[in-house]
Design a protein around this ligand. Structure first.
Ligand SMILES: *Cc1c(COP(=O)(O)O)cnc(C)c1O
Length: 356
């Protein structure tokens, strides 16, 4: 299959045989997925890595993050089951995605977000799609507990990643990587927050191998932010803190599955500091022309950290998932970058600036 081609119409149509859908399922899609797998030779050289490095740029999904893969399926199934209201707790991208897909499916969407802790672009998305935005005083973990309880008792469908259809949809990113590379990679690096994505990728890679589509499995390399690293520390973090808001989570929903993914694949779950995340964030944009949000850079930050140990060899393929688009958190970009250039008053100023 060529990806994405003129006929690309989203992950459910592309991978129907691997997903829990039938002819009766109304497909609610914005043609998500089919995202590019970009070779990153300049970044690899900067990190001193001999292997082939690729970036799976999930920021190019319809709402700017990989959340759309799971949301198309969760919302399609909710519609099939006759849901009229859907709800989620979110650090931002889940609410942006739920708002867009729920609206497209003709449902009312409610999103609970931690007060004042969500990137401006993500809030703007939820606003534009007419969802009911509710702020909670606590953090993400508190918001998730609340929506879970309510959805168990009332006719409102929960579309957080504890909804099993979310991970089923998200696993299609692993299929795409295999289809694009022609094989599974040696290593797959990605950020870990609620730990749904690492769980979903591992599920996808295993299913593709079981169906004979690929021969090998990658090592799954997940990275948490040091201030929000419950899995690495082996205990719940009550007050998670990191600039990478999308992974600011102290009690991941898919904790045990993520540990299993790392163990079964002979990979690992480790942590990176905010400084390491910010450095990677700037390197990806500066060396490869790819703009991702801060949390998205945690996988590459992990790769940078491990590259110092000389683990990676020629002939191996490394894939890093960049989970969300940089424009979602333009505020952070401006805060963490050098001030925009000097003022040009004359042609000679300009020539000087150009180095002539
Ligand atoms: C949701 C999200 C993550 C974390 O993914 P989990 O499945 O929660 O581990 C990372 N980066 C971005 C941009 C996200 O939106």
């Amino acid at each position: 299959m060529s990806l994405p081609d003129m006929k690309w119409s989203g992950i459910i149509e592309a991978y129907r045989d691997f997903l829990p859908v039938s002819e009766k399922t109304p497909v609610v899609t914005l043609h998500e997925g089919g995202t590019p797998l970009l070779p990153a030779p300049r970044l690899a050289a900067a990190l001193g890595i001999q292997s082939d490095l690729y970036l799976k740029y999930e920021g190019l999904n319809p709402t700017g993050s990989f959340k759309d893969r799971g949301m198309t399926l969760a919302i399609s199934k909710a519609k099939e089951e006759g849901a009229e209201k859907v709800i989620c707790a979110s650090t931002g991208n889940t609410s942006a995605s739920a708002a867009a897909y729920g609206t497209r499916g003709g449902m009312k969407v409610y999103v609970l977000i931690p007060k004042g802790k969500i990137a401006l672009g993500k809030l703007a998305q939820a606003l534009m799609h007419h969802s009911g935005i509710l702020q909670v005083e606590g953090n993400f973990d508190a918001a998730l507990k609340l929506v879970t309880e309510v959805s168990q008792r009332y006719p409102v469908t929960l579309v957080n990643s504890i909804n099993p259809y979310r991970l089923q949809g998200q696993k299609t990113a692993a299929f795409e990587v295999c289809d694009q590379l022609g094989a599974a990679p040696s290593y797959h690096f990605l950020p870990v927050g609620n730990a749904g994505n690492i769980t979903a990728y591992w599920m996808g890679y295993r299913e593709y191998r079981e169906k004979g589509k690929t021969a090998v499995l990658p090592k799954m390399m997940g990275f948490q932010a040091a201030g929000a690293a419950p899995i690495v520390l082996g205990k719940i973090v009550e007050k998670p803190s990191t600039i990478a808001t999308a992974i600011r989570i102290g009690n991941p929903a898919s904790w045990h599955q993520a540990v299993a993914a790392a163990a079964e694949s002979k990979g690992l779950i480790d942590m990176v500091t905010d400084e390491e995340i910010i450095a990677a964030y700037h390197m990806i944009a500066g060396f490869e022309g790819v703009f991702c949000e801060p949390a998205s850079a945690a996988g590459v930050a992990g790769l940078a950290k491990l590259s110092k140990q000389g683990l990676f060899n020629k002939g191996e393929q490394i894939v890093c998932t960049l989970t969300g688009h940089g424009l979602k958190d333009a505020d952070f970009c401006l805060q963490s970058s050098q001030k925009p250039a000097e003022i040009v008053k004359s042609k000679s100023d300009l020539l000087k600036a150009l180095g002539f």
